[in-house]
Design a protein around this ligand. Sequence first.
Ligand code: SF4
Ligand code: MSK
Length: 654
Amino acid sequence: MPKDRSITKQVPASERTTCEATCQMLEKARKDGVVIALDRATDMKPCPIGVESACCKHCYMGPCRLNPRDPYKKVGICGATIDTIMARNLGRNVATGSASHNDHGMHILKLFKGIVEKKITDFTIDDTLKLERLAGSLGIDTQDREIYDVAKDLCDELEKTFSNVDGEMPFTRLAPEATLEQWRKGGIVPRGAMKEVMEMMSRTHIGCDQDYNNLIKQISRTALADGWGGSMVATELSDIMFGTPSPILAEVNMGVLKEDHVNVIVHGHEPAMFEGMLAAVNDPFFIQAAKDKGAAGINLVGMCCSGAEMMSRHGVPHAGNFSSTEAVLVTGAVDAMVVDIQCIKQGLAQVASCYDTHLITTSDRAHIEGATHIEFAEEDPRACTDQVLTKAISRFGSRSMPIQIPKQIQKGVQGFTHEYIEYMLGGTFRGSYSPLNENIINGRIRGVAGVVGCTNPKVQQDYVHVELVKELIRNDVLVLQTGCSQIALSKAGFLTPEAGALAGPGLAEVCETVGMPPVLGLGSCVDNTRILIAASAMVRAGGLGNSIADLPVAGCAPEWMSEKALAIGQYFVASGVYTVFGIGFPAIAGTRFHDLLFNGLEQQGYGKWGTGKDPIEIAKLMIAHIDKKRRQLGIDKVRERTLVDMNDRRAIAG
Ligand code: SF4
Ligand code: MSK
């Protein structure tokens, strides 16, 4: 495998990350002569044309490069304008992101089907209540029927998510009526995911769809096929098979590694292999095998999104987000890192080899040069997991690397879901979103924000996530989180009820009454669909308008980097949500396509895009949008009164 060349530019490690543990490991990596992404990013100058999406390589007459500073001066050789080029590029990004989540969702459905047909016996149906509820919401008869018969019908219905070539995707029925009507009016109701992704790719071939106003429709439809399609299938069926999360205390950051244990990290996105590993590490045979080598036990830890999912569901400790996956290997304490799909940096292979760690790929869809491949099959999970554990235990027995584990560790409450929010605020016997809506209407809660997504080594790790959320809750905005953003805030201690003290007076009062944190973690990046369902439930509970676009809500991915993030952003925008991306956005300000994304879509009745770099600036954008929606709903005055009362009370107290 080719060696990483040494980099030429470096800045102090503390400028690369606000995560103390990652910072320590970056410093150690430098001493050890090992290069990780946080340093590669400083050394890489992004292409100034590509960063604004002003180039096209869709055919070999090009690649054609336009000038982002004077974008209408030239067109591509085929005559494509800058608007066509940017729209086609975004379309292909969204197609890839949507394909990734739909591929994940299809695998989950295949596993579910295997269980229902009793071909897979190592996994089972855990949450039968949720199964019945979900089936019922899709119009499947559940009365006096065997659970496996209902499950069989649910399989058949959900298969349409992927295979439909016409009609409407099943889960679009869960959207508020007015939102669905908006999609119908715009001709963007997703049919089947394979159809939408295929059509997106076909329409962006040279000489096909060359009107950005028409391209945006397919971009939205392909994105909706992710959020209301494959991602939703993945989340809902994973809950049914592995258990719907409910609040659970879990530990986060690299301090969860244990020097005297065999440390196994699972990183990726699909829960099945991780569930298989969880079963295997509790096998007395392997616990004894680890003890025979002198270990106190086996320590199973998660990272990135499958880590977030397992932490939510089972309280499995979590070692860090995307920008920490190489850094954690620098501890020398990781005996095996097992990965499946998505967001697994190829650089891990080099770092793992430097620290004598087993890097093991398990999916036939994601091999990495230099890693060991042990395929995971749901029909026989132990064939993979047992080999992984044998290797990890053997590495523990012959550890030769010096070990340095950062001490940082933070406890927090994880495992919120749209179901639990309903139960928590409404109570056991009157589960409902009405109390949440009432608190929004009376102004204690100003609005709701989804802060989600990746970390990106272009900026200081975690900084924007944490500062943005701090500012939002200070302004009484309840924050929902997923993915690597949730891990950033967990590390910073915001997923604790005590963090309520950092919230504004209205939100703090609600947190105090209910005993909840002001920041609720909902799981992995596919679990963003929990936010869609929560938003739909808020509309149905009444008093906040008829569609998702009416709600005083906003979203942000402060450090996005993946094409999945663009697909998620676009499905939120198409669902009616103002969505702000930090870092930058791949479209040139001042162009017609940019104006469509950042203004025009909202005028058509959807949400819209926004962008900003500074966390306070982003918070202001989101709060201004929430306040605009409050004004449109006629509930702005109530809030003003509520806050004046609070301030008055404080003044009196002071
Ligand atoms: Fe250039 Fe047009 Fe070919 Fe794109 S499709 S590379 S703009 S000629
Ligand atoms: S893992 S897509 S870096 S959230 Fe889902 Fe994290 Fe973003 Fe990957």
